[in-house]
Design a protein around this ligand. Sequence first.
Ligand code: NZQ
Ligand code: ZN
Length: 385
Amino acid sequence: MLNFTLQNPTKILFGKNQIHHVAREIPLNKRILLTYGRGSIKSNGVYNQVIRALKNHTIFEFDGIEPNPKFEQLLQAIPIIKKNKIDFLLAVGGGSVIDGTKFIAAAAKYKGDPWNIVINDPSPIDTALPLGCVLTLPATGSEMNCGSVVSRSSSPDKLSFGHDLLYPKFSILDPTTTFSLPPKQTANGIIDTFIHVTEQYLTYPVGASLQDRQAESILLTLIEEAPKVFANPKNHSARANLMWCATWGLNDFIGVGVPNDWATHKLGHEITARFGLDHGESLAVVLPSLLNIKRNQKKEKILQYGKRIWNITKGSDNEKIDKAIMKTRMFFESLGTKTKLSAYGVSKAQVPLLIQQLKRHGLTALGEHGDINLKQSESIYRDCF
Ligand code: NZQ
Ligand code: ZN
């Protein structure tokens, strides 16, 4: 196992009827900016629950945060914060709302050009507003990590950054808030979680047996629970399991002491920035191809994955790897998510645009070995058709 340091300060309040505890978690003297998206929390009743809980607090609102939150739009929160002396942010929504709120938390007190917060990891901040979350879409793990992903509307830039100051103080995870998710967002969340796990698991062995088993338990749980929520979107037990899996997929624990890849995410972000695929869709396209192209470097872990997750024990190593990739693709497709770029109207002739973006973002040495150069990225993208 590799050396590591781990400190995750986020408090989790999990389960039914937890939202009213938001009042206990934020001191009464705080001036709160409630941040949310484009209306789902109003139609599913979460907004009313939060407002009722905070009836004795001072609240202001900033709404309309888009999926793949946009830098330019998020900056509009800063004058509201200054004018109203806001000193606590409460994000209510999915990963985009939480990520956008983390950016606002960092930008509120930042003196330089706020784009510096996004293009550096860790961000060059020395202070940030405190934030709490009410999660409504299990996917990103943003509710229990210090990362964020922000895009620009004026150019195809979608970049991830993080800072220890951006861990939420608390996150409320009530699975009933996810009953209203459309099937596409449920699928996105399951795939995002699955691929957070593979980014931290499908690398090379370092004898980290516990992290391996934890990663495998998340993957197996996703595979077991996914069909249940498609059969019945109000299956509380299945929703609860998916929610807790998503948080565990990216709350630091399974990724410490092991090599990390993250190339699927980096390649996927460029696809979203250029062609607008949802985050989960972009990952479902890239992962099977990445595993195919990197099959030699990842051989031992893909074989372990094939055996422990998909029960693949017969055939040559290459046949087993082919089968593991096929099973992975079939799982994503079973959720209704297409796994070929052509299915999203993208053509092979557009691959150079993605390569230019990678180059501009300095993403020229990706993966757990740092050996995915632009040429290999191009091979991976070309394999996605
Ligand atoms: O805009 P609203 O009304 O909130 O609607 C959203 C949005 O349209 C809707 N939604 C959310 N909860 C709902 C709901 N609809 C009905 N019922 C509910 N309970 O779903 C749509 C998508 O929401 P979004 O927040 O964009 O989805 P997700 O949670 O998948 O977040 C994706 C963003 O997170 C980033 C992605 O790149 C992307 O920008 N990521 C953040 C990470 C992190 N901070 O650690 C890691 C991830 O790898 C990822 O990159
Ligand atoms: Zn992700």
